[in-house]
Design a protein around this ligand. Structure first.
Ligand code: GLN
Length: 533
């Protein structure tokens, strides 16, 4: 039978609830319990697939093709689990199900209401998730307590705790302890947030207190008294000094695992956090830096490329190097802007991420041409691969070539729409999504990097390399090194270049601090080796 931990947030959003919940999961896992994680997002979108990346951060893709919130990426990276369509629920998804059932007459004429119909559907999804496979399920509730949007969810988890039994359900509340002028930590906002939570019927068992600096014993006393939580369950979680991967260690020092074991009546175990210690040690010992030109539209708002930034960091930890991703704005490149041209010229490597739409495309193509000609390690993902193909077709094959995404009537559509998607008009969930197998040419660079000829990676795209052009491209030197189902082009590379690889899939989703992704790792290692020569 599973035990459940619900993580709620108070005072303000963006306190790192997803990271904290994941780090708690990592610590529980280090204690040799099995853990699974789920996210509740109280917005009306059915999923995150159609949400703006610069407002909401990246869309994270699961193996099963679910387009979801970036927090699921944290769950996978911290816990080495595979999330699925059942790992996230949104208000939109819950209402859609209830309304569809109502339209089919399944409620037999009842008045359909938030309580019990919406709350029942929420509880059903929580119970259906994981199906008792894990010792502990952690469920993170997005937003902050007191939001109108979260009311049905709080009510559902209140009922859920009553039904499952108090010894099987624990509530952790993450809150902010601000510091005011004079250096004093203030507990009042947290008192209010706990009061709101209690007025909705939930009593937190643990307070995790986010602050810039650790909170004192006196502040813990005060919070315990006013929030009605045992003092040892008031946890201090100050800002990490180097990286979020210190958090499992901080939580261990604060004896979070012991508190959870107490509260959920679990046998006491000793957590082995040595892998996290190694990561933090490597980060601290990273003194050298490499510069990678990041040719994408939204790097300033780095959550839009969350998993990519993470994957570069993981490779950096492995080789004890800091990775400096320099924002080379492709539109500024198109204008020959001096600052970005200088950035590109001094970069040790060039990276073109995935993306959509025509804006900045010629800048990305120019950056790739620069990397190809000057033999600078160059890596393209998804749109990045597509731009590599357009660049090669234009500059080597001398074709007036483009993707039909940007020029629908181009004379040479080297990138065309996936044939099975041609008649689809809806935007939500209609791309080629999720995990597919790729087979590599045995002698290719990429097969050597993976150390295997067959891999599975996650996808999210609507367009592909047009098979009509692959022979010409290969004859001219752009090697098609990997192919997926129906011969779809999954990877391209150049010989006679230190590192020039494009992939149609998104390797960033499978990287973890505990195991850097081989492609990012090899790209970073090559750059370091060249720099050290
Ligand atoms: N826009 C391109 C496509 O749909 C690339 C997508 C991506 O980079 N994720 O195929």
């Amino acid at each position: 039978m599973s035990k459940y931990i619900f993580v709620t947030g108070g005072v303000v959003s963006s306190l790192g609830k997803g990271v904290t919940a994941s780090a708690i999961g990592a610590l529980i896992k280090a204690g040799k319990y099995s853990v699974n994680m789920m996210k509740i997002d109280p917005y009306l979108n059915v999923d995150a697939g159609t949400m703006r990346p610069y407002e909401h951060g990246e869309v994270f893709i699961c193996d099963d093709g679910t387009e979801t919130d970036l927090d699921l990426g944290n769950y996978e990276r911290f816990l080495q689990i595979k999330t699925t369509k059942d790992s996230a629920i949104t208000t939109g998804r819950v209402y859609l199900k209830v309304i569809e059932s109502e339209r089919r007459g399944e409620y037999l004429g009842q008045t359909v209401q938030v309580i019990p119909h919406i709350t029942d559907e929420i509880k059903r999804r929580i119970r259906a998730f994981d199906k008792h496979n894990s010792d502990i399920c952690i469920i993170e509730l997005g937003g902050t307590v007191g939001d109108i949007e979260s009311v049905p969810f709080i009510e559902a988890i209140r009922q859920f705790a009553l039904e499952e039994g108090q010894e099987n359900v624990m509530f952790i509340h993450l809150t902010l302890i601000p510091m005011v002028a004079g250096g004093e930590h203030k507990t009042k906002p947290s008192q209010h947030s706990v009061k709101t939570l209690m007025s909705e019927g939930i009593h937190p068992d643990m307070l995790v207190c986010r602050s810039q600096e650790a909170i004192s014993d006196d502040i813990k006393d005060k919070l315990a008294l006013f929030c009605n939580v045992k003092k040892e369950s008031v946890i201090s979680l100050p800002d990490a000094e180097y990286s979020i991967y210190e958090i499992p260690l901080t939580l261990q020092q604060e004896k979070v695992l012991e508190r959870i074991e107490d509260r959920l009546d679990l046998p006491l175990k000793k957590a082995d956090v040595s892998p996290w210690k190694t990561i933090v040690k490597n980060i601290k010992e990273s003194t050298e830096t490499i510069d990678i030109a990041f040719v994408g539209k939204y790097l300033q708002l780095s959550d839009a490329y969350k998993s990519v930034v993470e994957a570069f960091d993981h490779a950096g930890y492995n080789h004890k190097h800091k990775i400096n991703l320099c924002n080379v704005d492709p539109e500024a490149l198109e204008q020959n802007d001096k600052t970005v041209l200088d950035l590109l010229a001094k970069a040790d490597g060039i990276f073109v991420p995935g993306g959509f739409g025509t804006r900045g495309i010629n800048g990305k193509i120019a950056a790739l041409a620069y990397g190809r000609i000057n033999k600078i390690p160059t890596f393209g993902i998804c749109l990045g691969l597509q731009c590599m193909v357009i660049e090669y077709a234009r500059n080597i094959l001398k074709l007036d070539a483009d993707s039909v995404e940007f020029t629908p009537n181009t004379p040479n559509p080297v990138i065309e729409m996936l044939s099975n998607l041609k008649n689809i008009k809806e935007l939500g969930g209609t791309m080629r999504l999720g995990a597919y197998t790729t087979n590599f040419e045995a002698k290719s660079h990429i097969a050597k990097i993976y150390g295997t000829a067959t891999i599975s990676e996650r996808h999210r795209h609507r367009f592909e390399v047009n098979p009509t052009y692959t022979e010409q491209l290969e004859k001219a030197g752009l090697i098609i090194s990997g192919r997926g189902p129906s011969n779809l082009v999954e990877s391209v590379e150049l010989v006679d270049h230190p590192w020039y690889i494009g992939v149609q899939y998104h390797p960033e989703f499978l990287s973890s601090p505990l195991k850097a992704h081989p492609l990012f790792d090899s790209f970073v290692k090559t750059i370091i080796d060249i720099k050290n020569k």
